[in-house]
Design a protein around this ligand. Structure first.
Ligand SMILES: Nc1ncnc2c1ncn2[C@@H]1O[C@H](COP(=O)(O)OP(=O)(O)OP(=O)(O)O)[C@@H](O)[C@H]1O
Ligand SMILES: [Mg+2]
Length: 240
């Protein structure tokens, strides 16, 4: 009990990453607490998406360690281990939502699970759609839904398997203020349920609602502001 509650969910230690000669992270050290809501800010090209890919188990750092719940993510188990890690722990909302145009809203939500070998209780898709207010668009195709609905479809898909960590890449990039407020409410609700959230964003509004804002610049990260967050009273999400 003690170690799992006091240890951060995520620890990055001396992380280095480069795309060829383009260095993105130089000895990055960073922790994310259980049940915290963090925003990663920084100019275009500063490495926000790259950091989320590393956290999601999609992009191996050149050097350094990534510990998730005390265990090495890019350890000795290779792609098989990473696949398991992603399936159990990660929900990812991509920058452009990445919905498949030939599938309906509810088929898009269900799609990644089809290939994961996990049996999906029928009502889970319906529950997620209702919670995010898109159930009435279940049979619509992505070309016929709004930006906000597309984003909530991507979010429903990311949340389907109850991941403890939700990574969001500019979730409100193309949305108007009202939709932005609605998504901030959803994110805060998820935090209350015990999820840990890391969100790349330029939005001042989303930053105000987060516990902590980090600025990425020239391979370094600095903390801009801290709002004390508490996981007391919120269920700590079970780590598988
Ligand atoms: N696969 C790749 N190969 C080479 N360079 C890449 C690759 N992906 C990203 N980059 C470069 O790495 C840098 C960081 O990219 P990243 O996508 O992480 O930035 P970002 O902060 O998310 O930017 P944005 O705000 O525009 O989404 C950029 O200069 C980008 O051009
Ligand atoms: Mg990006």
């Amino acid at each position: 009990m003690k170690s799992s509650m006091t240890k951060p969910l995520i620890e990055l230690k001396n992380l280095n990453f480069a795309y060829g000669k383009r260095r993105i992270f130089d000895n990055l050290n960073l922790t994310f607490e259980h049940g915290s809501f963090s925003v990663i800010a920084g100019e275009s090209g500063s490495g926000k998406s790259t950091l989320l890919y590393i956290l999601g188990g999609f992009q191996k750092p050149a050097r350094g360690e990534y510990l998730f719940s005390g265990k090495r993510v890019y350890g000795p188990f290779g792609e098989f281990g990473l696949g398991r890690f992603r399936k159990k722990n990660i929900g990812f909302l991509f920058q452009d939502f990445r919905l498949l145009p030939f599938l309906t809203v509810q088929q898009n939500i269900r799609f990644p699970v089809l290939f994961s070998g996990v049996r999906l209780p029928e009502k889970k898709v319906q529950e997620q759609m209702e919670r995010l207010g898109i159930a009435h668009r279940a049979e619509a195709y992505p070309t016929a839904i709004s930006g906000g609905e597309a984003q909530r479809t991507g979010l429903a898909r990311a949340l389907l398997m109850n991941p403890p960590l939700l990574l969001l890449d500019e979730p409100t990039g193309n949305l108007d203020g009202i939709t932005e407020h609605a998504i901030a409410d959803v994110l805060e609700g998820l935090k209350k349920e015990g999820l840990t959230l890391v969100c790349a964003s330029h939005s001042n509004y989303i930053m105000q609602r987060a516990d902590r804002v980090y600025d990425l610049k020239d391979g370094n990260i600095t903390v801009r502001g801290t709002r004390s967050h508490t996981v007391k009273g919120a269920a700590q999400k079970k780590i598988l």
